[in-house]
Design a binder for this molecule. Structure first.
Ligand SMILES: [Zn+2]
Length: 155
């Protein structure tokens, strides 16, 4: 097997699922699984909505601005790497039931996965409060044409 990864703490191969493997998931499932395991689904949905609204208001929205909602690298950089219990992020090729179904799995390591998930939920919660208190009120002097367009779009 090529590309096998070992636990950074006890050096066991990832396939042995040692206690430090917080999560092993296919790339496309990774972010969702992280949110599930941290039991922060509600907070996460709120945070994503806030982000989207802020970005649309400021006109900074772009597809890349939402990468953190599904791309493990963007999510990892923003939410995981700063955590005290973050132990590492790896990619490992795993074959599926058929060769064509193989794919890259994302491995998330932690010395104590349970604490990592608590910490993650904390961080998500704190981001919500912060963005709510620092968000500027919508500008009053908006172009009336835009307002009409907005209400028309709402219908
Ligand atoms: Zn280990």
């Amino acid at each position: 097997m090529f590309n096998e990864k070992n636990c950074p703490f006890c050096k066991k191969p990832a396939q042995k699922n040692c206690a430090h493997l917080a999560l092993a998931a296919e790339g496309r499932d990774f972010v969702r699984r992280c949110i599930e395991l941290s039991q922060g689904e509600l907070q996460w949905r709120l945070l994503c909505e806030q982000r989207r609204m802020t970005l649309r208001q400021t006109g900074d929205w772009s597809p890349e601005a939402e990468d953190f909602t599904w791309l493990e690298t963007a999510f990892g950089n923003e939410f995981l790497r700063g955590l005290a219990w973050f132990g590492g992020l790896d990619h490992e090729w795993r074959s599926g039931p058929k060769p064509a179904q193989g794919g890259y799995w994302v491995l998330l390591w932690s010395k104590d996965p349970r604490r990592l998930w608590w910490e993650l939920r904390d961080v998500i919660e704190r981001r919500i409060v912060n963005s709510a208190s620092t968000a500027a009120p919508p500008p009053k002097a908006q172009n009336p044409r835009n307002e009409r367009a907005d209400s028309a779009a709402a219908w």
